[in-house]
Design a protein around this ligand. Structure first.
Ligand code: APR
Ligand code: PHB
Length: 398
């Protein structure tokens, strides 16, 4: 097989939100990069993933020229509901946080916008790369090897951005003696559907119910996204459309008669629940960002936003290196990114515990959860704390 040797400043492994945004930010700092993705472009675009953008993510996209469609099509939500005991209770996020909000905009759409932005720069974005591996990580010239269109490539660089998600190759290439893993796998999952039905509420509804947690969300003014707590290995074939809708109705319907609109189910899947952190988020000249370094529980929708906060920080640190030769920001990248990660872990874990039926759940736990929620809605301080974490702190790079 013929082989090609090339060079760039930053080799980015993975074209998810983390990799694509890292490439985009580096471009804006005048830093060259190559993005290497092992899946096809349609696969990367079509994967159904998250859809809630924190204010920080929205601001980042807007400020870096990738926010036009988001501005037009994104649905800004100033608050959200938590339902329990048959009633919906609203958290007025914007009022409690001085105007911070979330925006509903599918990860698919984020990916499309970032791919378009990448194409406009003319910088390389390689899909369907096979046999991707990273090496010489402790040297000043690490290398990424891969095969594309039957040609073997050896790409040397100054830095590697390990943005290849939880199942990627970057994190496993770090010797286990140089990394510590913190992990908890939870005994339940979410059965999620995308339904061709207009949302019946303008804002999200998180629901505590004796039958298990449920979540009402959306992707647009015509598509509803719904989730049901289920077992971690739930057999999807046991769930007919009718069973899914009747379980959703049983959990979500409130005393005032509110419930989701029913429509054809466009997509369905079961998501496992994992909390995971790899420390540090650096090995030599390779920096991990996004899901390759951490997974948070989906309650609270922090995953995508955490990935964006990581690459914002990393791009700044790399740009500073090229500008001044200073490595101080690179040195503290991992520590600072982990601070935000653990805050998101804490929040997602807390929200999950407050709303799900965990291991050994019994009526005592349910009453305790109700008391937790009643307290929450009786206290402006408690609601402010929830709203602050949900809206997310501004991104920073110091
Ligand atoms: N070589 C190249 N690319 C790879 C490899 C590999 N060996 N392994 C995985 N990838 C690619 C995946 O195909 C995917 O496109 O890396 C990308 C990682 O993207 P994500 O999994 O989306 O992770 P990340 O960019 O960190 O995004 C954060 O937050 O909302 C959550 O899980 C959601 O994906 C979201 C994540
Ligand atoms: C989603 O719409 O997919 C979603 C919304 C809120 C969450 C998690 C997922 O907390």
């Amino acid at each position: 097989m013929c082989s090609v040797t090339s060079r760039t400043q930053v080799a980015i492994v993975g074209a998810g939100p983390a990799g694509l945004m890292l490439g985009h930010l580096l471009h804006r700092h005048g830093v060259d990069s190559v993005i290497i993705e092992n899946r096809s472009e349609p696969h990367v675009i079509e994967r159904v993933r998250a859809g809630v953008l924190e204010q920080g993510t929205v601001d980042l996209m807007r400020e870096t020229g990738t926010g036009d469609r988001l501005e037009r099509e994104g649905l800004r939500h100033d608050g959200f509901y938590i339902a329990f005991n048959g009633s919906r209770h609203r958290i007025d996020m914007a009022a409690l946080t001085g105007g911070r909000a979330i925006t509903i905009y599918g990860q698919n759409e984020v990916i499309k916008d970032l791919i378009d932005a990448r194409r406009a720069t003319g910088r390389p974005l390689i899909f369907e790369a096979a046999d991707v591996s990273v090496g010489d990580l402790q040297s000043a010239q690490p290398v990424v090897r891969f095969t594309a269109d039957g040609v073997a490539h050896e790409l040397t660089c100054d830095f590697i951005g390990g943005c290849d998600g939880f199942h990627g190759v970057c994190r496993p290439s770090i010797p286990s003696t140089a990394m510590r893993i913190f992990e908890r796998v939870h005994p339940f999952g979410w059965l999620g559907i995308l339904a061709d039905a207009p949302p019946s509420s303008t804002e999200l509804v998180y629901c505590l119910h004796e039958r298990g947690f449920a979540l009402f969300s959306m992707r647009s003014t015509s598509i509803t996204r719904l989730y049901l707590q289920c077992t971690h290995d739930e057999d999807l074939s046991a769930w007919s459309d009718q069973r899914i809708w009747s379980e959703l109705r049983a959990r979500l319907t409130t005393h005032d008669g509110w419930q989701p609109h029913v429509g054809p189910i466009l997509q369905r899947g079961v998501t496992g629940m994992r909390s995971f952190v790899a420390e540090p988020m650096r090995y030599g000249r390779m920096f991990l960002a996004g899901d390759s370094a951490h997974i948070v529980l989906p309650t609270g929708a922090k995953g995508l936003n955490l990935a964006m906060a990581d690459v914002y920080r990393l791009a700044f640190a790399i740009a500073e290196f090229y500008r001044s030769g200073g490595e101080q920001l690179l040195e503290c990248y991992s520590e600072r990114a982990l601070q935000r990660t653990w805050r998101a872990q804490r929040f997602s874990f807390w929200m999950t515990t407050m709303l799900h039926q965990g291991d050994g759940h019994n009526p005592f736990d349910y009453r305790r959860q109700i008391a937790d929620l009643e307290y929450l809605f009786s206290s402006r301080a408690a609601m402010t704390s929830l709203a602050e974490s949900y809206a997310g702190a501004p991104f920073d790079h110091e």
